[in-house]
Design a protein around this ligand. Structure first.
Ligand SMILES: C[S@@+](CC[C@H](N)C(=O)[O-])C[C@H]1O[C@@H](n2cnc3c(N)ncnc32)[C@H](O)[C@@H]1O
Length: 231
């Protein structure tokens, strides 16, 4: 029997994301407004003939807004607590074009036509870099050629000699109230315990996995947005 080496993603999901109480307060803390991203994807053709996968969908705020376009949306998350919230919201919304799947970047089994759009926000950093490559390769495997990946996450646009100053600058933007945003404590824990990487590590990963980077943006040298096309 071979030794098991595959990652158990739920062990890396971030304890808080598995915790019902944290999940109940997540939207107030994260303050996600999906409208700009939905509009951006509509401009790229998102509509009722499209298939969109939201990987690491959290409480489903983006997935539900994307489903309003009529697209077939799959909201995927590894956390049972998150998935329960998305299912309840999908049911309340009456939308029948959203499928909710409890799975992860590595384990998700895509059952629809190849995806025209993959969206992932603030989730890939949960995986160490070795696994990010496998995750991105997997996303590419079910995205159609010419399909789009809109990727957002904490990614440090810092050279080695800029790291200490860069992290201090970024932390200066933290909030005081943990219910309404991310505090310095939260950000410090993120740097210590999670796997946000550097732009110059992530970008070759995206390209190596078959995603051409069309647009890139970095906020506070800590938060990256990439629009990519599957080659
Ligand atoms: C910070 S939340 C972001 C949620 C949502 N995308 C948003 O922008 O608000 C990170 C989400 O990723 C999920 N997650 C963590 N590891 C994952 C994995 N390996 N595969 C899929 N989802 C994962 C967590 O359960 C959590 O819902």
């Amino acid at each position: 029997m071979p030794v098991e080496w595959w990652l158990d993603e739920s062990e890396y999901a971030g304890e808080e994301h598995l915790d019902e109480e944290y999940v109940a307060g997540y939207d107030e803390k994260a303050q996600v407004d999906p409208s700009d991203d939905v509009r951006r994807l509509i401009d790229l053709g998102l509509g009722q003939d499209s298939v969109l996968v939201d990987m690491g969908a959290g409480t489903g705020v983006f997935a539900l807004a994307a489903a309003e376009t009529g697209a077939s949306v799959v909201a995927v998350d590894v956390s049972r607590a998150m998935v329960d919230v998305i299912r309840d919201r999908a049911e309340e919304s009456g939308l029948d074009n959203i499928t909710v799947v409890r799975a992860g970047f590595l384990s998700y089994d895509h059952a629809l036509d190849p995806a025209d759009f993959v969206y992932t926000r603030n989730a890939l950093h949960q995986l160490p870099d070795f696994w990010k490559v496998i995750a991105l390769h997997h996303l590419a495997s079910f995205t159609r050629s010419g399909g789009y990946l809109l990727f957002r996450d904490l990614v440090f646009d810092l050279q080695p000699d800029e790291v200490e100053e860069g992290i201090v600058d970024w932390m200066a933007g933290a909030v005081d109230d943990p219910a309404k945003g991310f505090t310095e404590q939260d950000l410090a824990e993120h740097v210590r315990n999670e796997f946000s990487t550097y732009t110059w590590v992530l970008e070759p990963m995206l390209e190596r996995c078959g995603f051409e980077i069309l647009e890139r943006d970095s906020r506070r040298k800590a938060y990256g947005t990439y629009l990519c096309r599957k080659t």
